[in-house]
Design a protein around this ligand. Structure first.
Ligand SMILES: Nc1ncnc2c1ncn2[C@@H]1O[C@H](COP(=O)(O)OP(=O)(O)OP(=O)(O)O)[C@@H](O)[C@H]1O
Length: 240
């Protein structure tokens, strides 16, 4: 059996305000999924429900081949740069979730190389840039080989060139590790670049689009695809 998360009529209300209404879709193993939508549409709310942080919702959420989260079957990367422990080195932050149970030196070395952290491994968070902190957060979230990784706008506070290099690292890591991930963003360009499936969210509406272009973008310059695809997504969002 393969990993599957199935949402059935998921609804969420805050103070009588319906934020999510009858959301239905599936997350399947190996997929790189982006949830795309304007600010305030409920992307983080949905991610928190999927990751098991918020249990107060209506509807059904079925997990196959994964223990109902939150637990170490999932990894989570937040937007904020302060998600690392300031009193721990890069290495200690990365191995923290499983420190006592199973420290795996080879695993650590592989991740430090893959996420380009070798030279910073003994530094502390206050010696790192925002981009470096987010790289450490990614390394920590996947050290234990979670079955699925959730990322909530992890690069949105970075400038464009740094953001692009972090996207490249995420693509590389997810290919090498065969990661299933769900990534929230309001940036169409980012969504097109890193996903193979885009879920466009607008309250009670969800449109799912297979993103065959992402593989081509990995080899070419995204600007070559800008006009056609960004116009396409903008039209969909404005019509929803
Ligand atoms: N704990 C809460 N209590 C009350 N309202 C909330 C709470 N969390 C979120 N909301 C409201 O739910 C709506 C959706 O918020 P959410 O953060 O999920 O949106 P988002 O699409 O992730 O936005 P952004 O892109 O700006 O982060 C917003 O109107 C927000 O104010």
């Amino acid at each position: 059996m393969a990993l599957k998360i199935k949402l059935n009529n998921v609804c969420k209300t805050f103070d009588n305000k319906k934020v999510l209404k009858d959301i239905n879709f599936e997350i399947n193993e190996g997929k790189k999924i982006v949830i795309l939508g304007k600010s305030g549409v409920g992307k983080s709310t949905l991610l928190n429900i999927l990751a098991g942080f918020d249990k107060e919702f209506k509807g059904q959420l079925d997990y196959s081949e994964i223990n109902t989260p939150p637990n170490l079957d999932i990894g989570f990367v937040f937007q904020e740069f302060d998600q690392l422990f300031p009193w721990m080195s890069v290495v200690d932050n990365i191995i923290f979730p499983v420190k006592k149970k199973a420290f795996d030196k080879k695993r650590l070395e592989k991740l430090l190389e893959l996420i380009e952290l070798e030279e910073s491994k003994d530094k502390f968070p206050n010696e790192l840039s925002g981009g470096m902190k987010q790289r450490v957060a990614i390394a920590r979230s996947i050290y234990n080989k979670p079955k699925i990784l959730f990322l909530d706008e992890p690069f949105s506070s970075l400038d464009n060139s740094l953001r692009s290099s972090l996207q490249d690292i995420l693509i590389k890591v997810s290919n090498v590790e065969n990661l299933t991930f769900v990534f929230v963003t309001h940036d169409i360009r980012e969504a097109i670049k890193i996903s193979d499936e885009i879920i466009i969210l607008k309250n009670d509406k969800v449109i799912i689009i297979e993103n065959s272009i992402s593989k081509k973008i990995a080899e070419k310059n995204i600007d070559e695809f800008d006009k056609e695809y960004i116009d396409f997504y903008q039209k969909i969002i404005s019509k929803m």
